[in-house]
Design a protein around this ligand. Structure first.
Ligand SMILES: C[S@@+](CC[C@H](N)C(=O)[O-])C[C@H]1O[C@@H](n2cnc3c(N)ncnc32)[C@H](O)[C@@H]1O
Length: 264
């Protein structure tokens, strides 16, 4: 049994990629991009860039006169993102920690942090770093999930509860959105638009977010809270059977906070 949060090693990186290529995640990224004030020629930072999809979309916006840097602590994801987006010369990926950014003060116009702060035991050092590297008037966009917002239909509801409760340990704060606005204000940001982005799979599809999540959740919860490999197989099997029978239902909420570093 282990207490560690999810580490994006080779296998998990592959499973994360399978989740991120789904139409559900593409739609979420479109909504995020729509909230950014990023312009051609500007400089942006994506903290915890993972497979690099958002950083790449931002690189398209800033164009060849601009610059985008993705930072991450996972060597596997940095390698994967670097390979995928080698053709975008204005995009770089660097190994760095969210709470200790290797950049000068006030050097970015826009910073994004999507589904990353929830992995940190304390979000304040990272928020202070974002504040430091943003120029006055610069924009930060933060997106995190409240994992209590999952509604996932199962016949064996006790098993579903047990598995989701073990999954909560995959990050430091599964309920971060509830306190994020106040943490942002305390670290010097003006909080602007706040928005919920629902992920909704009312029917089963191979390429849906929740189907791909089954393959990420299963290996993580096996061996935790007394959950056996057989239980995980039965859980996954039940969900996919419900899907085939036309009785599938999944939804989950992401919360977005757009902040501004006030002009000095
Ligand atoms: C769920 S993924 C999100 C990826 C990406 N931001 C997105 O939304 O498409 C979380 C990412 O945060 C990275 N991460 C976790 N803790 C970090 C930290 N302290 N500093 C930088 N990156 C971190 C992980 O390695 C992983 O790539």
């Amino acid at each position: 049994m282990t207490n560690a949060t999810l580490r994006f090693n080779d296998k998990a990186a592959e499973q994360l990629l399978a989740v991120y290529v789904t139409p559900d995640m593409a739609e979420q990224r479109q909504q995020v991009i729509g909230l950014l004030q990023l312009k051609p020629g500007e400089k942006a930072l994506d903290i915890g860039s993972g497979p690099g999809f958002l950083a790449s979309a931002m690189a398209d916006i800033v164009g060849s006169r601009g610059e985008v840097c993705g930072i991450d602590i996972s060597p596997e994801l940095l390698a994967l993102a670097g390979d995928r987006y080698r053709h975008q010369t204005q995009l770089k990926f660097l190994h760095a920690e969210a709470s200790s950014l290797p950049f000068a003060d006030a050097c970015f116009d826009v910073v994004t942090v999507t589904q990353v702060l929830e992995y940190l035991p304390d979000v304040r050092p990272a928020l202070l770093e974002v504040h430091r590297v943003l120029r006055p008037g610069g924009q930060v966009l933060i997106l995190d999930t409240d994992w209590d917002s999952i509604v996932w239909h199962a016949e064996d509801t006790a098993r579903m509860k047990k598995i989701l409760s073990a999954w909560d340990a995959h990050l430091a704060d599964p309920y971060l959105p509830r306190t994020l606005g106040s943490s942002m204000r305390e670290t010097g940001f003006q909080v602007g638009e706040q928005k919920v982005i629902p992920l909704f799979n009312p029917e089963f599809r191979e390429e849906s977010f929740s189907n791909r999540m089954i393959d990420l959740i299963g290996p993580f919860v096996t061996g935790r809270n007394g959950i056996t490999a057989e239980e995980v197989m039965a859980w996954a099997g039940e969900l996919r059977r419900l899907g085939q029978e036309g009785n599938y239902f999944f939804s989950l909420n992401r919360y977005v906070f757009v902040g501004l570093k006030p002009d000095a």
